[in-house]
Write a protein that binds this ligand. Structure first.
Ligand code: BG6
Ligand code: BG6
Ligand code: GLC
Ligand code: GLC
Length: 909
């Protein structure tokens, strides 16, 4: 206090430049860039806290998931009514969205009407407020001649913090700004709205979505600019939302794709995080507000409070004799007498000082020209602090997006709305400048939401409506045959127990469906392996030749990939092995190693009966291979013969391994707990370390793909599966593999789509030649279609590339079908895996087993959901086992080379 008096004395004596005295008086509000960086970092930390399940309860910034998963893609359509409640005006609107016109202007038509909300309703009972809302809605429908008999879909922008269990539910967390209505906190605002609509009567309305204004603003702007992934409001209140990676949102299941998160940044500082930035004026504003102690950041920033902050500063300075010769009027002492509009007027470029004088005169003051300059400066400092704080918050959000996406720079659009941003003459420029200064490596575009939030809310509703109608359709499909693809836990239990029986039977005798083939690998690598080894890898998507150098517990890999043409896969054995020899020759040439006789490991990913580590008889081809004269032959011999025929190089083939074994070995090199190897790729198989007492060998390559070849899965196999099996190269064989592996999933999908089309539920009932073409759906397309990252239009365009021309609605069905087929595959593999790990646990007499599984294959690695569903299923079906999955980094080739190295070292000893 003494300091303030000294300052005032000093000023009055020297007649200083009036802006300087204000600058000093409001020193604490003038934030330097280092302070803004500090605020930004604090907000980043708050965001993390709000997203994590552990710290969420204590977090001030709530980071609310919104269930809005994508920004508009132009495929939205329909006619909606919209309600916009919580900003400075309450509005009812009609919004028409036309499909495919989003990018063009005019794709959306809007009509709106503002309905004033009587002052007493702001602090009355919820029922009264919602009755007013629904009366206004009825009036609007009547005025626009919208029939009361017809059902009108409705989108609701509700600009207060809500938790959203779903898109059409919003549980109000707390009121803020100028609302404090009784009887709604913790309740669903949509429910209250529906009840009010029922009370009002004579209208039929379907509330499809409730969204925050930030989200709706992001969507509005996203309609014109697809880079818009942030929504910002600087109006009566302030807030921001952005697209967060789903994997970081603990409250929502799933880890693929993004979801819009409403930060509710207005509450930043409610836990004291901004205490060192808060001035006495902020404390006074807070104390006089409807929600003391709440919305700390909002009260420093938003339109509801800026005028009041200015008034309190002017009042204080006047009382200290620093303004108006110490004169204070009653009006100046009255709350609300300076508004944010006044602040904006005082800062106008040309008329600012005249406006200031008028405003002060209106407050019964007689300002001198210096007083006007000083008060204008107060406004400037207060509003500048606001834009600076918003810039700091925004910088945190953009930094997070950048980090999430692992980008150095970022090109992004921020959709903005709110009266402060729209009407304050300097605000936007200042904000943009500071954001760009804080984030020099980001290209940030600010896009003003010209048409308010309702357009965006309607777009959200349009997607919701389409999904609802499609789900209805899919439910209908469910009741037909599609249902048979849904696995129930009883079916998974069945798979688990059949798998277990199959494993036991395979261990006891030959000729079973699950072959349980010994691998003759007795030693695991110990890190002392040295030298250069060749690895050949046949049976996955491609043939790979690889050179592996082991040196001091490190390995280096060089490889080349070769495709195997269909005519070779299905030609004669000699042609196939000649082709392999030719590829190896090319690789050795490429590596300059043709003259060296390298030791080699041969990954041969088909069932082989081995009688030693370097010999194996092919039991039967799988996965589309059909080369003649191979089954019953020793494949190592066949390769040796082919090399001899070529007569250009020589190899010392020391080990033959299945890909599951190679994968397990290669993962065990990194983690000794790895005792299971699994492939979920073109084919499906698993190996594990079996107890010696059960057999006379160590590892077992299960060949679990053969489960069901004795018809034990008949009650699970659908007509679609039967169709796929019938048209495969090995009908009746590998029935489990045909339900679970990449080679067949696309075909199952195609069979379902054919059926749905024939029933007129898809592609307008046209069964095209493309749809009749086997193999059009490769696993990679399945993975793409199922990615949550893709908007519907992109799914549609993938289908178009495949020659399937349908509407966006068709795309939803296709996506659902792909999802059902791949989910079933992952669940079945999970059930199979549960049988294996439980067996290991029981064999070892353990209550709990911790085990690692090395995994490889395109389905596991590239499909967006397969790995997650697999893990979840194992978790549920083998509750006494902790199973960790280790994706194999370098394929099974490295494992084969390791085995070769182990064998070689053993031989040399
Ligand atoms: C409007 C939006 O344009 O801006 C509202 O349609 C939003 O949903 C509002 O709440 C925010 O600004 P203000 O200044 O009206 O609070
Ligand atoms: C590779 C292995 O990484 O994965 C192969 O090296 C294996 O041996 C393959 O067959 C399985 O995956 P896909 O998806 O190629 O069948
Ligand atoms: C308040 C509300 C928030 C809203 C913002 C802008 O901060 O809590 O939900 O987005 O005001 O209107
Ligand atoms: C097939 C093969 C098997 C292989 C699996 C994965 O099921 O029969 O040996 O491990 O595909 O590639």
């Amino acid at each position: 206090m003494l300091a303030v008096h000294l300052v005032s004395f000093f000023f009055s004596k020297l007649q200083e430049d009036p802006t300087k005295k204000v600058d000093r008086f409001l020193h604490a509000m003038r934030l330097q860039d280092e302070q803004l960086v500090d605020v930004s970092n604090r907000f980043l930390a708050e965001m993390k806290k709000g997203l994590s399940a552990e710290s969420l309860a204590a977090a001030a910034v709530k980071m609310l998931p919104t269930h809005v998963r994508s920004t508009p893609d132009g495929s939205e359509k329909g006619q909606f009514v919209a309600l916009d409640l919580g900003g400075s005006k309450f509005k009812v609107l009609r919004v028409k969205v036309r499909e495919d016109e989003g990018i063009k202007k005019g794709g959306v038509e809007m009509e709106e009407k503002t309905y004033p909300i009587p002052e007493e309703l702001h602090e009355g009972r919820a029922v009264e407020l919602f009755d007013h809302v629904s009366e206004s809605l009825k009036d609007f429908l009547h005025e626009k001649n919208m029939s009361p008999e017809k059902k009108h879909p409705l989108a609701f922008t509700f600009s207060f913090p809500c938790e959203h269990p779903s898109l059409d539910q919003g549980l109000l967390l707390s009121w803020c700004k100028n609302y404090k209505v009784r009887g709604l906190q913790g309740k669903d605002v949509v429910q209250s709205l529906r009840q009010a609509i029922d009370r009002t009567g004579d209208m039929d309305v379907d509330v499809l979505a409730v969204v925050n204004d930030t989200v709706a603003t992001m969507m509005t702007c996203g309609f014109d600019d697809q880079c818009c992934e942030v929504g910002l409001i600087i109006g009566t209140g302030t807030n921001a939302c952005y697209m967060e990676e789903l994997r970081h949102i603990d409250l929502v299941q799933g880890d693929e794709g993004r979801m819009c998160v409403n930060t509710e940044w207005g509450a930043f500082g409610d836990d004291g995080a901004l205490d060192d930035f808060i001035t006495d004026f902020d404390r006074d504003v807070d104390a006089a507000s409807l929600n003391p102690g709440k919305q700390t950041f909002e009260k420093m920033v938003s339109g509801m409070y800026l005028g009041e902050l200015v008034r309190l500063v002017v009042l204080k300075m006047a009382k200290l004799g620093l303004l108006f010769d110490g004169h204070v009027s009653d009006a100046l002492r009255t709350k609300g007498k300076i508004t944010t509009a006044d602040v904006a007027a005082m800062e106008e470029y040309i008329n600012g000082l005249i406006n200031t004088k008028e405003i002060l005169t209106r407050l019964q003051l007689t300002p001198s020209p210096d007083d006007c300059v000083a008060v204008q400066q107060i406004s400037t400092i207060v509003s500048f602090r606001s834009s600076n704080l918003v810039a700091a918050g925004l910088a945190a959000i953009l930094t997070r997006i950048k980090q999430n996406r692992n980008l150095r720079g970022l090109r992004i659009t921020v959709g903005v709305d709110g009266t402060v941003y729209k009407t304050h003459p300097q605000y936007p420029k200042r904000l943009h400048k500071v954001v760009r200064r804080l984030l020099p490596d980001c290209q940030v575009r600010f896009l003003l939401s010209e048409s308010g939030s309702s357009k965006g809310a309607a777009l959200v509703a349009a997607v919701a409506q389409r999904l609802t109608s499609q789900r209805r359709k899919v439910r209908l499909l469910d009741q037909i045959r599609f249902r048979c693809l849904c696995t129930f836990s009883s079916q998974l239990q069945l798979v688990k127990s059949r798998m277990r029986e199959g494993l036991e039977a395979g261990l006891k005798s030959k000729g079973c469906t699950i072959k349980m083939l010994p691998s003759f690998v007795y030693h695991t690598p110990n890190g002392t392996e040295r030298g250069k080894y060749l690895a050949l890898d046949l049976g996955g998507t491609n043939f790979r030749a690889m050179l592996v150098r082991f040196k001091r517990q490190k390995s280096r890999l060089y490889h080349k990939i070769y495709t195997i043409p269909l005519e070779i896969m299905q030609g004669t054995g000699e042609e196939l092995f000649d082709h392999l020899a030719q590829c190896v020759c090319d690789f050795l040439d490429y590596m300059g190693l043709k003259k060296v006789r390298l030791p080699a490991g041969f990954t041969f990913s088909f069932p082989c009966q081995q009688s030693g580590i370097d010999t194996g008889t092919l039991v039967s081809w799988t996965k589309g291979f059909k080369a003649t004269d191979c089954e019953g032959e020793d494949v190592v011999n066949m390769l040796r013969e082919a090399i001899k025929r070529r007569n250009e190089f020589d190899l010392d083939i020391v080990a033959l391994v299945n890909d599951t074994v190679g994968t397990m070995m290669s993962c065990a090199y990194e983690d000794p707990k790895c005792e299971v190897g699994m492939i979920a790729g073109t084919g499906s198989n698993l190996c594990y370390m079996e107890e010696l007492k059960n057999i006379e060998k160590l590892e077992q390559s299960n060949e679990w793909g053969g489960l069901g070849d004795d018809r034990c899965l008949e009650d699970i196999i659908t007509p679609y599966d039967a169709e796929v099996d019938m048209h495969s190269v090995n009908p009746g064989k590998q029935r489990f593999e045909k339900l679970t592996s990449g080679m067949y999933l696309g075909e199952i999908v195609r069979q379902v789509l054919l059926d749905l089309t024939r029933r007129g539920l898809l592609f307008k009932g046209h069964v095209t030649e493309t749809l009749k073409t086997p193999g059009i759906f490769e696993t990679k397309y399945l993975s793409q279609i199922e990615s949550d990252r893709l908007a519907l239009l992109q799914v549609r365009s993938i289908l178009q590339q495949l020659g399937l021309h349908g509407t966006c609605d068709d795309s939803i069905i296709v996506k659902e079908v792909c999802g059902a087929v791949s989910r079933r595959a992952a669940q079945m593999c999970g059930a199979g895996m549960a049988a294996v790990v439980d067996k290991i646990r029981e064999d070892r007499g353990l209550e709990r087993l911790s085990i690692a599984v090395g995994v490889d294959g395109a389905l596991y690695k590239l499909h967006p959901h397969f790995s997650q569903v697999l893990k979840e299923t194992v978790g549920v079906m083998a509750p006494h086992c902790n199973v960790t999955f280790l994706p194999s980094e370098e394929g099974s080739g490295k494992g084969a080379a390791l085995i070769a190295a182990v064998v070689r070292q053993k031989q040399e000893m």
